[in-house]
Design a protein around this ligand. Structure first.
Ligand code: NAD
Ligand code: GLY
Length: 348
């Protein structure tokens, strides 16, 4: 078992364990009040719904099941959750339990943070991506038609419970998506190595979350350093949006990391050894690193992004592995570098 404490606006514990034997004993004490609203998606409910019903039989349970996939992270489903809480007389003394991947975690977190100005939120992530990233740090969100995560809050959970048993039912594609964010950590810090990617276990999750925890504790509301966690996301989010969310978040982060490497090469002249180490990490997880969209269309999408500062943008670049830097770049320069990279790959 691994434990980490996050000391942010709320102090809370992350527990990483395996085997469902002690699930009930560990999670029930985290649930505040008599009533618990379990938010999950249809796939996860199909796999674990019966177990959840049994585990929480001592509580008054309502279950809100959304359809799986990014397109469910919307304001209509958010209101569905809020209305279910209100119609079932949930008070601030009760609990929302997010049981699923990052989509469930983001929308359930947003509902918990806004219902009666905030009720207890427990996160039980069931994807690798949610375990290593989205369940921790308090970013909650839904997407608007105009863009991803445009409506959201910073709201820390009261506890995060990770059980690697749930990861056993994940399709290989979802493990690969999660590894997109794991490789982000491997680029940010040299504590996650290529060999570690072969063994997705509690230790790997712990090491990723330690990196995230340390950053979140210093800058919970992303006034500065937390932006490091957006490495690969400037281009990644643009790819995700242009695909109409058909490409998964983690897969887009992996593609976005390619642009982080290529732009860092042009900004800092990285050594061949460093570049090949970075690509080695991405290739070891067998990510498809091609991008179906032109550099021009990606930059047009980046211009529409909420994180732009006029003609400039804060971009997370890499001076080496474990040496990230937030640098303000003119969008016109970003475009030149992306177009230059595109012209080199199309020359092959
Ligand atoms: P997801 O929630 O859509 O889950 C992926 C798929 O796996 C779904 O089809 C789901 O039904 C299925 N699934 C979940 N658990 C399963 C299990 N144990 N066994 C079998 N199938 C299972 O996607 P995701 O990759 O977990 O999360 C992506 C979302 O997370 C995006 O919306 C992204 O924006 C968000 N995100 C948020 C943060 C944050 O800090 N809040 C960070 C990174 C990503
Ligand atoms: N995944 C980015 C963050 O939590 O800040």
């Amino acid at each position: 078992m691994y434990e980490l404490t996050v000391r942010a606006s709320k102090k809370y514990k992350i527990t990483i364990t395996k085997g469902l034997g002690l699930f009930r004993a560990r999670v029930l004490p985290l649930v505040k009040g008599e009533s618990v609203a379990i938010v999950t998606d249809d796939r996860v409910n199909g796999l674990y719904g019966d177990i959840l019903d049994e585990f929480f039989s001592d509580k008054r349970v309502i279950k809100i099941v959304i359809k799986h996939g990014e397109n469910s992270k919307n304001s209509a489903n958010y209101l569905r959750i809020i209305n279910a809480l209100a119609e079932n007389d949930f008070t601030r003394e009760d609990t929302v339990l997010a049981f699923g991947g990052g989509v469930v975690g983001d929308i359930a977190g947003f509902a918990a943070s806004t219902y009666m100005r905030g009720i207890t939120l427990i996160a039980v992530p069931t994807t690798l991506l949610a375990a290593v990233d989205s369940s921790v740090g308090g970013k909650t969100a839904v997407d608007l038609k105009t863009g991803k995560n445009l409506l959201g809050t910073f709201y820390q959970p009261s506890a995060v419970y990770i059980n690697t048993e749930f990861l056993k039912t994940l399709p290989a594609k979802e493990i690969k998506n999660g590894l997109g964010e794991v490789i982000k950590y491997a680029f940010l810090s040299d504590t996650v190595k290529i060999a570690d990617l072969k063994n997705v276990d509690g230790d790997l999750i712990y090491r990723c979350l330690k990196i995230k925890r340390d950053i979140v504790e210093k800058d919970e509301k992303e006034k500065g350093e937390r932006a490091l966690l957006n490495l690969g996301h400037t281009f990644g989010h643009a790819i995700e949006k242009l695909s109409g969310y058909k490409l998964a978040h983690g897969a887009c982060v992996a593609k976005g990391l390619v642009y982080s490497i290529e732009i860092s090469k042009r900004l800092y002249g990285l050594s061949d050894k460093t570049v090949s180490e970075m690509y080695g990490l991405l290739k070891s997880a067998k990510h498809d690193l091609s991008c179906p969209f032109s550099a021009e269309s990606l930059v047009a999408q980046i211009i529409a992004d909420k994180k732009r500062k006029g003609e400039r943008i804060d971009f997370v670049a890499l001076k080496g592995i474990g040496k990230p830097e937030i640098t303000e770049i003119k969008i016109s320069d970003l475009k030149k570098m992306a177009v230059d990279y595109e012209s080199k790959i199309s020359a092959f």
